[in-house]
Design a protein. Sequence first.
Length: 370
Amino acid sequence: MTVSVQTDAAAGEALRPHAEHAFADELTALAATDDRPRPARWKLSPWAVSTYLLGGTLPDGTLITPKYVGPRRLVEAAVATLATDRALLLLGVPGTAKTWVSEHLAAAVSGDSTLLVQGTAGTPEEAVRYGWNYAQLLAHGPSREALVPSPVMRAMADGMTARIEELTRIPADVQDALITILSEKTLPVPELGQEVQAVRGFNLVATANDRDRGVNELSSALRRRFNTVVLPLPATPEAEVDIVSRRVAQTGRALDLPPAPDGMAEIRRVVTVFRELRDGITTDGRTTLKSPSGTLSTAEAISVVTGGLALAAHFGDGVLRPGDVAAGIIGAVIRDPAADRVVWQEYVETVVRERDGWKDFYRACREAAE
């Protein structure tokens, strides 16, 4: 029942290749040296999956780049969950790499991260269970040929990992379609008097946003079917700078943006601004700050720096400067034009203006705000 929707040649030209294509060499190297026990239909052992996400050096000298920078125990708990009969829920505020981690988990476990249901307020039950080819249905009536399997049904039949993004955005009645799938490991098809039973290797990774609590809160029956792993924001400025620099470099290569000399200084500045406004206090602990309404996540910092690189490459001299990131920072901070603008102006005048070595950034922020 597996369907290939992208050839290897097409994947090489993709703007944003799937994880199993982008890191195919690393996955192959891990599989070649991985002699530990593997659960049924897993491409790698749990140890190798963790190494793929966290990075390391293999015995043959192959370098595995970190895909996630964070507590090792969280990754190990997530991988261990997928090796059981419990589904995995990745929970966290926006920008904590929930989608990124779920994609790489599916790529490392099943070799395919595309069995994906994108959760929205309009996600129908067919996206989780199955639909119908109505031309076939009208011509021949209900049949297996007329049935259109969902990504979850395909994962059950093939013993693979399915993904559901933004689970709490999905209406409650659609969420509940997962209860039988996760508890009984079966998906009834009453129109045919049949069922699809999950084979060994099947599991599900869902993501949910802390900010969406109360939108479509999970029922207690459904929540019990998941082991929840909370992904935190980066614990230290150094870790966040590392994440941003790695992801910006990857994105820049995909967009053919030349690497900016001395770009680390501006990356550190963006991260510092975001962390201070997010935490409500300056890094030296001396000044209390008001926090804006936005999340100012690591993902937004990556976006700001990538946009700055594009400005520097196409409209500057290729050197990432304060003026290239100032407008992006302001756009990320000021989501509420009234309240957030006051927060930003106070931060610029009380912190940025007085900080040593930030005069050029202060001028850039003033110019961008005019």
